[in-house]
Unconditional design. Structure first.
Length: 206
């Protein structure tokens, strides 16, 4: 890959442009001597399978940059806006293998009645007190089923704060419970380990 193109892609990354939605299938190029053009065969392929014709890359460097950025915006931004998901099976397995934080967006009274008993499982109301995670660690967000907008809202918030490995549990808590995985109630938690909202006497929900 030509060093000029490598530098351009590196600059995109440093600038915060999300390249994850674009798979660079093949770039074979070189800069023509004493010219700001790119020659050779170029094929950029998005995950949706759209090809970018190399003829459009036979442009001056600045125009090339503008074109590629616009393609990233069209092909990538809309898909990256949808948070990735994780199944109950995968979450259960990964909670055994690595450190996982599970955040429940349901009301605290519902959380107290029954919630996921894996990893560090907390209620959203306790984020400012009981939430501890690194930017790269897995954070799974669960709610009251697929129609619950809470998990997507919280996922966007955490992503904006720099957390890069945020997933939404497919089907929410009902899917986890239906799969037969471990759950617990507030009464199952020792007094010293009880969530902040219980200690502070703060609750949300009916």
């Amino acid at each position: 890959m030509g060093s000029g193109v490598c530098r351009q892609i590196s600059n995109f990354t440093k600038a915060g442009l999300n390249l994850s939605s674009v798979h660079i299938r093949e770039i074979r190029c070189k800069f023509a001597q004493n010219r700001g053009t790119i020659s050779g065969a170029h094929t950029l392929r998005t995950q949706k399978g759209h090809n970018m014709d190399s003829r459009f890359l036979r442009l001056p460097t600045r125009a090339t940059l503008a074109f590629v950025i616009s393609c990233f915006a069209l092909a990538g931004c809309s898909s990256s806006a949808v948070p990735p998901t994780i199944t109950a099976d995968e979450l259960n397995q990964r909670s055994i293998q690595e450190t996982v934080t599970i955040i429940d967006t349901r009301p605290s009274t519902v959380f107290d009645a029954k919630h996921i008993n894996k990893g560090k499982s907390i209620c959203e109301i306790d984020l400012d007190y009981d939430f501890q995670s690194t930017p790269q660690a897995l954070i799974a967000i669960t709610g009251d089923g697929s129609a619950d907008p809470g998990p997507q809202r919280l996922a966007a918030k955490l992503k904006a704060q720099g957390y890069t490995n945020v997933r939404i549990l497919e089907g929410g808590f009902p899917a986890w419970e239906a799969a037969g995985f471990s759950t617990r109630t507030l009464d199952d938690i020792p007094p010293m380990a009880k969530p902040h909202h219980w200690k502070a006497g703060i609750n949300t929900g009916p």
